[in-house]
Design a protein around this ligand. Sequence first.
Ligand SMILES: Nc1ncnc2c1ncn2[C@@H]1O[C@H](COP(=O)(O)OP(=O)(O)OP(=O)(O)O)[C@@H](O)[C@H]1O
Ligand SMILES: [Mg+2]
Length: 327
Amino acid sequence: MPFTFSKVNAVIRAVRLSRQREVAAARMAALEESNNLLQTQARQLEHQTKEARELAHELALTNEELRSAMSEARKAWQAADAANRSKAEFLAVMSHELRTPLNSIGGYVDLLEMELRGPLTDSQKSDLQRIKRGQQHLLRLINDILNFTRLEATEVKYEIIDVPLRALLTDLDAVVSSLATAKELDYDCDVPPGGVFTRTDPDKLRQILINLLSNAVKFTPAGGRIKVSCAAQEKTVSISVEDNGPGIPADKLEVVFEPFVQLDRGLTRTTEGTGLGLAISRGLARGMGAEITLKSEVGKGSVFTLVLPLVRTRATPSGGVRAIHSG
Ligand SMILES: Nc1ncnc2c1ncn2[C@@H]1O[C@H](COP(=O)(O)OP(=O)(O)OP(=O)(O)O)[C@@H](O)[C@H]1O
Ligand SMILES: [Mg+2]
């Protein structure tokens, strides 16, 4: 049977229609797939939102706990600070009150020694000397306690200036040499060249060095050696006080800087002191931006090193010296 034109058209339309249906079906399938994907993602998102909400709740609780722990800690710190202040005030008042009668004891001893109240026998003179030694010992102890409480209460005032190290160490040399000679110790001070300046409070620096040096003299047995040396680094200058005395055990290197700590507190103790020298020295050093470190070996000796800010100097054309701050 021959094909008519209208029949051919009908076949073509049918083929086109069937293609369009196929394309539509494929699009539907793709849409359904992305719909499923979206639904899965929505479920995941919902789950994550729930988890985030729970986490936020937990965080809020932890935050609350942290806040209350912080407030507790602040209260505890305030209580400790108040207790510390009362202790410092008590020590300061007590030391101050004790100083007045002690000074007057010293005054009366001087009066008697001068025999202004009448002549003294030899045994009375030697008794008076014992009283005087006791009075001076107590006065030193009380002054140390007073100095320490002032340090703790941060009442110490520092007068920071450029200090020439050569002059300061030469001054000290005279004091320490006589102490060392009296104890048959070999004392050597490696004085730095002129023109090395440090920025510090000279009185406090002298006090620290005297504390370190008197410890070295006190604890080093006769026949020993004490050496002071200086070394300049880029921004600091170190002054070391070295001895070949008994040394300090490794587990006590920090403890000796605590107030009232003395390694030999037994009845056989041969040295005097309160155990405040190093605590005061470290406090003073830190108060003026310096630091004291300690290296020691039992049986070999100790090295206390004071590290200070360095101010270099150079000669000016007129021949004087001009400070150049390295920091
Ligand atoms: N150069 C040293 N060699 C060995 N031990 C030392 C030396 N310097 C300090 N110590 C130890 O550290 C302790 C604390 O020293 P610190 O200067 O604070 O007190 P102190 O000398 O006993 O008394 P104070 O200085 O109050 O007169 C000393 O008692 C001593 O045991
Ligand atoms: Mg001391």
